[in-house]
Design a binder for this molecule. Structure first.
Ligand code: UDX
Length: 439
């Protein structure tokens, strides 16, 4: 049976979830406090750069299964299920800031009518869902409700694909309470479309679901950090990290994914989630030394790129550096925790003049660096007159960069390829002094 759903928060996860849940045949209302955003979304406009999202959004708006509003309590009042997808930014000490979540709970406690399932999509510290249940029952003792933890694993740039083709669905529920079984039935209805295509469904308690999410992201961050350190070693001893990684990946126990060396991981999840799980460990008095080391090593990896520029240019002070790629990875305009921020910050502090290009992320980068660097709509405009060229995001247009033209436009011959996006032989043929990562 189609469910009436409210999704609180129309950020990345909230918007993709609202659109996806509507496409499964549910009646979905996306709510946000931002009036202008709600108007744009209702008109079918896009607010984030994400493949396929606009098409699904319009299709479900037209079908009458999707709408957006600022009337949070009204929407909750008419819903069988409320998904919480508000932001949980990290505080200075790595712990999560739950103030948006608390506000959502206030609205749920005030608006819920009849048996309501409260589903957390936001990534929240282990133990939070249990606390959500206690909080809601304290605020509204007579309310009939049950709490579910349904973490999201979608990747930016591939979020729509990931929503419709997840490797698994994780649904933590209140296994020890009678309402838990009722909540589970509703969740089965919500995701019937995925159940029919035999997506593995993992049913577990709340804490297990929460920890699955953190453990998965922390493991991937560890895998990347591992290959980054191996790449640094390969560089020092003359091995080719790509051959090493590819061959390691042939072992089914290891798998070839997430073994691409680079300038360190960034984005809205890995940096935040690794810090949060380390913080959870220390709260429980459990050593999380592997994760702590990953966090520190990733910072060093970002800094290493700037060190390479410094070395290759014989001191970057007073020189021009062109940075191509500002987003934390390709196919997104997101610069949160992007290695480009650390690298450019260091280069500037050493007295370099920096010009930048990115096919999508210029505006977001400008929000951070303002007039401290120069921004260019074309990569060649950024490259012109540079002493050193640095690649930090693996956009396809950089992989196919006209290296001969780049070399001609530049004043110098230094090239630091932070993503191993280019062919070192080709770069050397046209006269570059090339350094990649681990080769
Ligand atoms: C990630 C998780 O993949 C997703 O499941 C979770 O829900 C949110 O966090 P995302 O942040 O969108 O998704 O990006 P992802 O593609 O996983 O890449 C994360 C970072 O690792 C990027 O900076 C990327 O460039 C880097 N990376 C990834 C590497 O450096 N090497 C790799 O082999 C893979």
């Amino acid at each position: 049976m189609a469910q009436r759903i409210t999704v609180i928060g129309t950020g990345y996860v909230g918007l993709v979830s609202a659109v996806g849940l509507a496409d499964f045949g549910n009646y979905v209302t996306g709510v946000d406090i931002d009036t202008a955003k709600v108007e744009r979304l209702s008109a079918g406009d896009t607010v984030i750069f994400e493949h396929g999202l606009a098409e699904y959004q319009r299709r479900n708006l037209d079908a009458g299964r999707l709408r957006f509003t600022t009337d949070i309590r009204g929407a909750i009042n008419r819903s069988d299920i409320v998904f919480i997808a508000v932001g949980t930014p990290d505080r200075e000490d790595g712990s999560a800031d739950l103030s948006f979540l608390e506000r959502a709970l206030e609205d749920i406690a005030a608006g819920a009518d009849g048996f309501t399932v409260v589903v957390t999509k936001s990534t929240v510290p282990v133990g939070t869902n249990r606390w959500i249940g206690e909080e809601l029952r304290r605020r509204r003792p007579e309310a009939e409700l049950s709490v579910v933890s349904n973490p999201e694993f979608l990747r930016e740039g591939r979020a729509i694909h990931d929503f419709f083709h997840p490797d698994r669905l994780v649904i933590g529920y209140e296994t020890e309470r009678p309402e838990g079984a009722r909540a589970r039935e509703r969740m089965e209805d919500v995701y019937r479309a995925l159940y029919l295509i035999e997506t593995p469904m993992v049913w577990c308690n709340l804490e297990t679901a929460e920890l699955i999410k953190y453990a998965s992201n922390a493991f991937l961050a560890t895998k990347i950090t591992f290959i980054n350190q191996m790449a640094n070693l390969a560089e020092a001893c003359g091995a080719d990290i790509h051959a090493v990684a590819k061959t390691m990946g042939m072992d089914g126990r290891i798998s070839s994914k997430f073994l691409h060396p680079g300038p360190g991981y960034g984005g809205s999840c890995f940096p935040k989630d690794t810090k949060a799980i380390a913080n959870t460990g220390s709260r429980h008095g459990v050593t999380m030394s592997v994760i702590e080391e990953v966090i520190a090593a990733n910072e060093q990896q970002k800094a290493r790129i700037a060190d390479k520029v410094e070395r290759l240019t014989g001191g970057v002070s007073g020189k021009n550096v062109a940075v191509l790629g500002l987003a934390f990875k390709s196919e997104t305009d997101d610069v949160r925790e992007s290695p480009a921020i650390t690298v450019v910050e260091r280069l500037l502090s050493w007295g370099a003049r920096v010009s930048v290009h990115d096919p999508q992320a210029l505006a977001n980068f400008r929000g951070i660096f303002e007039d401290r660097v120069s921004y260019h709509e074309s990569e060649f405009a950024a490259i012109e007159g540079a002493d050193c060229l640095v690649i930090l995001t693996e956009w396809n247009e950089y992989r196919n960069l006209d290296l001969a033209r780049a070399r001609e436009l530049m004043a110098g011959d230094a090239l630091v390829d932070g993503r191993n996006a280019l062919d070192p032989e080709q770069a050397r043929e046209v006269g570059f002094r090339y350094i990649g990562v681990g080769r």
